[in-house]
Design a protein around this ligand. Structure first.
Ligand SMILES: Cc1cc2nc3c(=O)[nH]c(=O)nc-3n(C[C@H](O)[C@H](O)[C@H](O)COP(=O)(O)OP(=O)(O)OC[C@H]3O[C@@H](n4cnc5c(N)ncnc54)[C@H](O)[C@@H]3O)c2cc1C
Length: 425
């Protein structure tokens, strides 16, 4: 079949690779000059800047398999470390890779630094209760409601909130407990290495987008960069995509607002569901700071709702001899961005200074501030996500499509692969 894929983010690339492998004649349309969508780099060099810090998990089985398929040396491209929520002062918890998962999680909680015995017991009781309930809860329940009777305020603030915001990009007061529990089940309490953090050692473009582009072109797929699809039209049983090309089937791998626009007259109900999704920003701040000891490559920061916006700090890649090159991440940043991105950056820098005891006469220089206003959809309790099937021969494949997980690279790849597998069905 002639298949059109609209969008060359991780979902579109996954769909295109799997459709090509299945023997289809694939054309990819991409507005930007670089593939990768929200997980892209500015250019194809080793020094390229990414559109925000990304981390992968050991449980991203489909993404890791796809990366290998297109020739990426996953072990070199990603630094694998056991899951930890470590603070600059060494507090927090680290998960051991050995032993049954529930015991490892209980052991990590019991050994967590900076927590009292009551905190630890409450955290262990909470995870046992999740397990006993099969990691299930009503779809309308928020993470805060899930935790109402369980852990202490410190466990909530210092362990659950950072995990929730990192995974769902939504504050725990509104975040879907159902999706949060699915993430916990399959990462923290899943297969032995599923909870490992995989920290990129290369620009994002080299993790999948550019190798997938080369793989597709080498196999005859037509990848058209700088080519925006303005409209979709049904022509008998086929699809006109863009100017005058006709395709047997099409996969819409664009963000939800664009998928809603393209389907507005073709499938009004589907389009309305996609258009109704709210989005949540992420702010990424790159800075240089005086050298300090770092207990781990990724650190949690004490964050709050009033003056401390950043949840995590990263020190990755080759470092200069004289300064630390650091990235600060503010997830669920909607509540902060009302003050403007410069104010968010200033507050995050102050937070960093306090965490690492940096004196006033020592310089912290901000290199860049990126505010991605539509980083992910808001994964709130009861959120209704659009289905993959739109019309015969037309499917959506992206991180917002209905599924068990929040908006992640793995959700995007899963959606792309599932849409490709359904071609002709
Ligand atoms: C700052 C930031 C940090 C993140 N951190 C993480 C993380 O740590 N871990 C994680 O797993 N996920 C993270 N995410 C989420 C992850 O990046 C997304 O879930 C994933 O990239 C979505 O992929 P996608 O293919 O579904 O959509 P997109 O990446 O949005 O791809 C859609 C593509 O469609 C193209 N397009 C749109 N309209 C058209 C059109 N009309 N014609 C042609 N092309 C079009 C766009 O240009 C884009 O390339 C983060 C996101 C951001 C923004």
């Amino acid at each position: 079949m002639r298949v059109a894929v609209v969008g060359a983010g991780w979902a579109g690339l996954a769909a295109a690779v799997r459709a090509t492998q299945a023997g289809h004649d694939v054309t990819v349309f991409e507005t930007a000059g670089m593939p990768g969508g929200r997980a892209r780099s500015d250019d194809d060099s080793d020094a390229a800047t990414d559109n925000g810090q990304h981390i992968l998990l050991g449980g991203y089985a489909r993404t890791l398999a796809l990366m290998r398929e297109v020739g990426v040396d996953v072990e070199r491209a990603l630094l694998r470390v056991p899951l930890s929520v470590t603070y600059a002062d060494g507090g927090g918890f680290a998960l051991s890779r050995s032993g049954p998962r529930l015991l490892a999680a209980a052991g990590a909680l019991a050994g967590a630094r900076g927590f009292g015995i009551v905190d630890k017991l409450s955290a262990v009781a909470m995870s046992l209760a999740w397990r006993l309930r099969g990691f299930r809860c009503p779809p309308s329940m928020t993470v805060d409601e899930l935790l109402r009777h369980a852990p202490t305020a410190r466990v909530h603030r210092r362990l659950i909130e950072p995990l929730c915001v990192a995974a769902l990009n939504t504050p725990s007061a509104e975040a879907s407990a159902e999706v949060f529990l699915a993430v916990m089940r399959d990462s923290l309490f899943g297969a032995r290495d599923a909870s490992d953090l995989l920290l990129p050692q290369r620009p994002l473009a080299q993790l999948l987008p550019l190798p997938a582009l080369a793989w597709l072109r080498a196999r005859g797929a037509d990848v058209r960069l700088r080519t925006r699809v303005d409209a979709l039209e049904r022509v008998e049983h086929r699809w006109r995509v863009g100017s005058d090309d006709l395709f047997d089937e099409a996969i819409l791998a664009t963000p939800a607002p664009e998928a809603a626009r393209l389907t507005q007259t073709l499938a009004p109900a589907w389009s309305a569901t996609a258009a109704a999704l709210a989005h949540e920003p992420i702010v990424t701040i790159a800075l240089t700071a005086p050298k300090r000891p770092w207990p781990a490559a990724m650190l949690a920061l004490h964050s709050d709702d009033t003056s401390a916006p950043a949840q995590f700090a990263f020190k990755l890649g080759e470092q200069p001899a004289d300064v630390d090159r650091v990235t600060l991440v503010v997830s669920a940043a909607g509540r902060w961005l009302q003050r403007g991105s410069d104010a968010v950056a200033a507050a995050a820098v102050l937070q960093y200074r306090q965490a690492f005891a940096i004196r006033d006469d020592e310089a912290v220089d901000v290199a860049s501030v990126r505010a991605d206003k539509r980083a992910t959809f808001r994964c709130t309790a009861g959120v209704v996500r659009p289905a993959m099937a739109i019309l015969p021969g037309l499917r959506a494949a992206a991180d917002h499509v209905a599924g068990p997980y929040p908006a992640t690279l793995e959700s995007a790849v899963m959606a792309g692969e599932t849409a490709a597998a359904a071609l002709g069905g």
